[in-house]
Design a protein around this ligand. Structure first.
Ligand code: BGC
Length: 630
C-alpha cells in the first residue's frame, strides 16, 4: 500500500504562485460579475433558483447546504454564486462542491472543474461549514452569474446545546454560549404521537447501512494472534492488549488462495463465512456483518513494493483476476447458507487513487493505459452488487492523498465514471471508504484547515502543503457531497478505517498551541504525530475509534479494515509466494524521496515482517498509543 501523491510536492511553489494569480483572477471575476449584475438582472426570474438550508447547527458553528438550479433555457458553462451573510459573525471555514471565498460578509462561490456545466433544470449542491454567534439568519440575495435568483430558505434547526460530535478520547467541546431557556407559554402541550418502532428488516434484505443494528464478525485467527501477543507481553499492557481481540476486523482476500485454499491458507473465504454464521447463531436476533477486502488486481500496489500481488497485466492478469478470483468469490457469496449474513466489501484499496497521482510509475501507467484497474473494479462491482446481501464500498484513499483539488476533482471524476460504467450504474455502490490502512486522524480536534494563524490559513503550513483537508471527517464529507452532486444517490454512506488513526499516548497535544507562528502552531497542535503525511509504513500511531455504526450524519460506520498488529510491509527482502517485496518506505533509516515524503525519514518501526504478517512491536505501540485507550 502506498499513500501519497508525488505530484503535489513538486507543485508547491507553483501553487503559491497560482494562488496569487487566483486572487487577481477572483478580483477580476468580481469586477466582471458586478458589471454583469447590472446588465443581466432583468432576466432574474428565469435564470436560477437557489435553495438554502442549514441541516446542522451547533453553538458557534453550522453546516450550510445550497442547491443551485439552472432555471434558464440555456446551459451554463460555468457559474459564480454570490450572496451576503446578514451577520458579520457568519464566516465560512470550509466549503465543498464549489470554491468558497469570503470578503467581509460577501461570499463568492465558483464551480469546481466537474460541476461547471449545468444544463437547463439541472442542479448542483455546494455546501460549507461556517461560524455564527448571536443569530444565524439565512442570506436572501442569491445571484448566479450576476442574475438574482428566486431563492427559497428552509428553516434553521434550533441549536442543540453541544452538537459537534467529539472524537472519542478528545475533550468534549465547551459550548460557547448557553442556549436560551424557552419562555413558558400557556398553550397546552401538543400530545406526542406514539413512537413507531423501527421494524427489523427480514434477514438477507439489502438495507441502507449494513453496519446498523448488526454485530461485527470477529476474525478468530486475528483474535488468536492478539491473545497470543497479549499473553507474551503480560502485565497491564498485556491485559489491555487482550481486550483488543473483542473488536471486529476485516478479512483481506489478498490472493486467490485466500478464497479457494492452498499455499498454507488455513481458513478460506468459506471458512470465514461459516464462522460468521456460527457467530450469528450464537446471538440470534442480530445479524452479523462481515467485511471483506477485495484486493488482488493485476499490478496491485503499483507505486510501491510492500504489497505487490500475484497477478500482472502482462501475464493475462485481468482475465485471471476475473475467472480465478472474482468469480469464485461471487459463487461463494451467493450460496444460500450465507444469505442471512450482511457482507460488506471494500473494493480494491489504493487502485483508482494510484491512477490519479502515480502514473509516473510504469506499473501504474500500464494499469491505466490497459484499462485493467477500471475494468477489474467494474467487473468486481457487477458481480458483487448482483448479490442482494452484499454491500460495496469503493476506496477513496485519504485526505493526505487526494485532498488537493487538483487530485480531488479528477479522483471524483474517475471513480464516478468507473461506477457509472457498471450494469447498475451509480446504484452498484453503497458508499465509499477512506483511510484504509493509513493513519490520518478522523478529526484534528484543535484546529481547522482555514483557521488563520499569523495571517495564514492552517492548511498552508508545511505539514499540510495547502491541502484543503487536514482530517478524514472533513474530507469524507466533501467527497460524499461531490459524489451526490455527480449523480450518486444520497443514501451513500462513508466508512473510515479508524484502526490506527487514534494518535494517543504521551506526546499527544492536550490543546491548541498558543504560538502565532503558523508552523510552530500546527506542529504543536496536530495529533497526527508524523513528520510528513506521506509516511505510511508501520508508523508509531495508536488504535483509534472502535468500530461503530452511524457515528455521524452521512457516515455508515467507523470500521477496522487494517487489523491492528499486522505489518504494512518489510524493509528487507523476505522470500514469499505472495508477490510481496521489500519496500524502502518501511526502512527506518531511509530518507524517503522528495516525491514520497519530502525526503524525511520514514519513521517506520524496524525489523518488520512482510505486509499482513503479525508484528508484535507494532501492536504494542498501537495499544500504548490508543485513543480512546483500552
Ligand atoms: C497486505 C495484505 C494484508 C493486509 C492486512 C496489506 O498491506 O498486502 O496481505 O492482508 O495488509 O494486513
Amino acid at each position: 500500500m502506498l499513500h501519497i501523491s508525488p505530484r503535489k510536492l513538486r507543485s508547491l511553489p507553483l501553487k503559491s504562485r497560482l494562488r496569487g494569480l487566483a486572487l487577481i483572477g477572483a478580483l477580476l471575476t468580481l469586477l466582471v460579475s458586478s458589471f454583469l449584475m447590472q446588465s443581466q438582472v432583468t432576466h432574474a426570474a428565469s435564470y436560477c433558483q437557489v435553495t438554502y438550508s442549514v441541516p446542522n447547527q451547533w453553538q458557534g458553528g453550522f453546516t450550510g447546504n445550497i442547491v443551485i438550479q439552472n432555471t434558464s433555457a440555456s446551459t451554463w458553462n460555468n457559474w459564480t454564486l454570490t450572496y451576503t451573510f446578514p451577520s458579520a459573525s457568519q464566516v465560512v471555514s470550509q466549503g465543498w462542491t464549489g470554491n468558497f471565498t469570503q470578503s467581509g460578509q460577501n461570499v463568492t462561490v465558483t464551480n469546481v472543474s466537474w460541476n461547471g456545466t449545468l444544463t437547463p433544470n439541472s442542479t448542483t449542491n455546494p455546501g460549507f461549514n461556517a461560524s455564527w454567534s448571536g443569530s444565524n439568519p439565512a442570506p436572501t440575495n442569491f445571484a448566479v452569474n450576476g442574475n438574482a435568483c428566486n431563492g427559497s430558505t428552509q428553516p434553521t434547526p434550533t441549536p442543540t446545546p453541544v452538537t459537534p460530535t467529539p472524537t472519542p478520547g478528545s475533550p468534549t467541546p465547551t459550548p460557547t454560549s448557553v442556549p436560551p431557556t424557552p419562555t413558558p407559554t400557556s398553550v397546552p402541550p401538543t400530545p406526542t404521537p406514539p413512537v413507531t418502532p423501527t421494524p427489523t428488516p427480514p434477514p438477507g434484505t439489502h438495507v441502507d447501512n449494513p453496519y446498523a443494528g448488526a454485530n461485527g464478525y470477529i476474525n478468530p485467527d486475528w483474535a488468536a494472534s492478539v491473545k497470543a501477543g497479549a499473553a507474551q507481553t503480560g502485565g497491564t499492557l498485556g491485559q489491555q492488549e487482550a481486550s483488543v481481540a473483542n473488536n471486529s476486523t476485516a478479512v483481506w482476500l489478498d490472493r486467490i488462495a485466500a478464497v479457494t485454499g492452498g499455499n498454507g491458507v488455513t481458513r478460506t473465504l468459506s471458512g470465514h463465512l461459516d464462522a460468521a454464521v456460527d457467530q450469528a447463531n450464537a446471538n440470534p436476533g442480530k445479524p452479523v456483518v462481515i467485511t471483506l477486502v477485495i484486493y488482488d488486481l493485476p499490478n496491485r500496489d503499483c507505486a510501491a513494493l510492500a504489497s505487490n500481488g500475484e497477478l500482472s497485466i502482462a501475464n493475462n492478469g485481468l482475465a485471471n483476476y476475473k475467472s480465478q478470483y472474482i468469480d469464485p468469490i461471487a459463487n461463494i457469496l451467493s450460496l444460500s447458507k450465507y444469505s442471512n449474513l450482511r457482507i460488506a466489501t471494500i473494493v480494491e484499496p489504493d487502485s483508482l487513487p494510484n491512477l490519479i497521482t502515480n502514473l509516473s510509475f510504469a506499473k501504474c501507467s500500464e494499469a491505466n493505459s490497459s484499462g485493467a484497474y477500471v475494468q477489474g473494479v467494474q467487473y468486481a462491482l457487477n458481480k458483487l452488487h448482483a448479490i442482494s446481501n452484499v454491500y460495496t464500498y469503493i476506496d477513496i484513499a485519504h485526505s493526505g492523498w487526494l485532498g488537493w483539488s487538483s487530485n480531488f476533482d479528477p479522483g471524483v471524476n474517475l471513480i464516478t465514471n468507473t461506477v457509472k460504467g457498471t450494469t447498475a450504474g451509480v446504484n452498484s455502490v453503497d458508499g465509499f471508504i477512506s483511510d484504509t490502512a493509513n493513519y490520518v486522524p478522523t478529526t484534528e480536534p484543535y484546529m481547522t484547515a482555514n483557521q488563520q494563524v499569523g495571517g495564514n490559513p492552517v492548511r498552508s503550513a508545511n505539514f499540510y502543503q495547502w491541502n484543503q483537508y487536514i482530517d478524514e471527517a472533513s474530507y469524507d464529507t466533501a467527497m460524499r457531497n461531490a459524489f451526490i452532486s455527480a449523480g450518486f444517490p444520497s443514501s451513500i454512506g462513508m466508512l473510515i478505517d479508524t484502526s490506527r488513526n487514534g494518535w494517543g499516548g504521551p506526546n499527544r497535544p492536550g490543546g491548541a498551541s498558543s504560538s502565532t507562528d503558523l508552523n510552530t502552531f500546527v506542529n504543536g497542535s496536530k495529533i497526527d504525530l508524523r513528520v510528513h503525511r506521506g509516511n505510511w509504513c508501520n508508523q508509531k500511531g495508536g488504535i483509534g475509534a472502535r468500530p461503530v455504526a452511524n457515528p455521524a450524519p452521512g457516515f455508515d460506520a467507523y470500521v477496522w479494515i487494517k487489523p491492528p498488529g499486522e505489518s504494512d510491509g518489510a524493509s528487507q527482502a523476505i522470500s514469499n509466494d505472495e508477490g510481496k517485496g521489500a519496500d524502502p518506505m518501511c526502512d527506518p533509516t531511509f530518507h524517503g524521496s522528495n516525491q514520497a515524503n519530502g525526503g524525511n525519514l520514514t519513521e517506520a518501526l524496524p525489523n518488520a515482517p512482510l505486509a499482513g504478517h503479525w508484528f508484535q512491536a507494532e501492536f504494542d505501540l498501537l495499544v500504548k498509543n490508543a485513543s480512546p485507550s483500552f
